[in-house]
Design a protein around this ligand. Structure first.
Ligand SMILES: NC(=O)c1ccc[n+]([C@@H]2O[C@H](COP(=O)([O-])OP(=O)(O)OC[C@H]3O[C@@H](n4cnc5c(N)ncnc54)[C@H](OP(=O)(O)O)[C@@H]3O)[C@@H](O)[C@H]2O)c1
Length: 339
């Protein structure tokens, strides 16, 4: 019997919240490596908020996934067949193979992983792209100083949890925002945030103000929406706002209702000397990746930076898990155990 591979393609573009019908699971013939190629078996697939953007045709920093195309994503994979001298069956690699069980590679961009150094799933989270996003965004734009107050939302996720812990390593006070009591307890108990504030509480804005008696010096923006509305009035003179993500807006179908607040925002940027700067992590990779690998590797190894993973089983679980991620149903770095 011919061996089959599985993949999930974008069946249609979502309008607003993605639905299971926007995805399609397909079985296809097992790919056969040609000269100079490897056959990879995907063990773990990373699910990340940016994938919602790839499902849409709206202009962005990366091209959309075409309808009928395999959903993109970072993966940890095992080499099962090699027609290259530099990789052997059994090698584990970080690859960008997407939502599938098996993939071909010519070796470009693969990063070899050593499970003796760190659990391989960390290459998708705290020691991978999300951890680097936190590290570089905070270092280059946030620049927290000892005694300052750093606020971050989506604080139980891989980016936010790293932001809070790095802020504390730099001597700042870390205030984390998350949805619900369970996530807020995690922020304090596992990640060592000084204060955790629940953005689902009806008293959220007042709770945040009470949590920041000296105002906010760095707001690491992961969310936008109502969380931004609550943080904005608290920003101190010379505050820095690394704009990393706007997950509260990713399923939006049009501009938010209400008055135009842009003039007031521009006035505050001017009169409070605010720095508001967007970034895409890969822009910082050439300059900051070596320092990230060294410092973050050390902090994770000695326990100064901790991480939480939410692992769901089976490739077929990926669509529902991504839909849940955009609504806060994940509890830590969301990963699909594919194999
Ligand atoms: N610029 C870059 O290069 C770059 C790279 C990586 C990631 N990012 C961005 O960084 C952010 C965090 O990514 P991540 O991978 O660490 O994701 P994550 O925290 O694991 O997941 C997203 C979280 O966003 C929160 N959320 C969703 N809707 C919300 C809403 N309406 N209001 C408040 N919070 C909401 C949820 O947490 P709660 O349950 O706590 O609300 C959810 O768990 C995202 O915006 C992502 O796009 C940017």
């Amino acid at each position: 019997m011919t061996e089959l591979a599985r993949q999930i393609v974008l069946a249609s573009r979502p309008h607003g919240r993605p639905a299971p019908e926007n995805f399609r699971l397909e079985t296809v013939p097992m790919p056969v490596p040609g000269a100079g190629e490897l056959l990879l078996k995907v063990r773990y697939l990373s699910l990340d908020p940016y994938m919602r953007g790839r499902m849409s045709e709206a202009k962005s920093y990366a091209a959309p996934v075409p309808v009928g195309g395999v959903m993109e994503g970072g993966t940890v994979a095992e080499v099962v067949e090699s027609r290259r001298p530099d990789f052997a069956p059994g090698d584990l690699v970080l690859s960008y193979s997407g939502w599938r069980s098996h993939a071909l590679s010519d070796g470009t961009g693969l990063v070899r992983l050593d499970p003796a150094e760190a659990p391989v799933t960390t290459a998708l989270g705290v020691l991978g792209m999300p951890g680097f996003t936190a590290y570089a965004g905070l270092k280059i734009i946030g620049q927290p100083k000892a005694g300052e107050t750093v606020v971050v939302a989506a604080a139980s996720g891989p980016v936010g949890s790293a932001v809070g812990q790095i802020a504390r390593i730099r001597g700042a006070r870390a205030v984390g925002i998350a949805g619900g009591a369970r996530k807020c307890a995690l922020l304090r108990e596992a990640f060592g945030f000084d204060v955790a504030v629940d953005h689902r509480s009806p008293t959220f804005a007042a709770d945040l103000k009470a949590a920041c008696p000296d105002g906010v010096d760095v707001y690491f923006e992961n969310v936008g929406g109502a969380v931004w509305d609550a943080v904005w009035p608290l920003l101190n003179r010379f505050a820095r706002v690394p704009v990393c993500g706007l997950v509260a807006q990713y399923n939006a179908t049009g501009p938010a209702a209400g008055p135009d607040r842009l003039p007031q925002l521009m006035r505050d940027i001017l009169t409070r000397s605010l720095t508001v700067r967007g970034f895409i992590q890969r822009d910082f990779a050439a300059a900051e990746m070596p320092a990230f690998r060294e410092e973050m590797g050390l902090w994770v190894a000695d326990g100064r930076v901790r991480y939480q993973e939410d692992i769901v089983a089976g490739l077929e679980a990926a669509p529902e898990a991504l839909i849940g991620l955009l609504e806060g149903r994940n509890f830590g770095k969301l990963i699909v155990a594919v194999a």
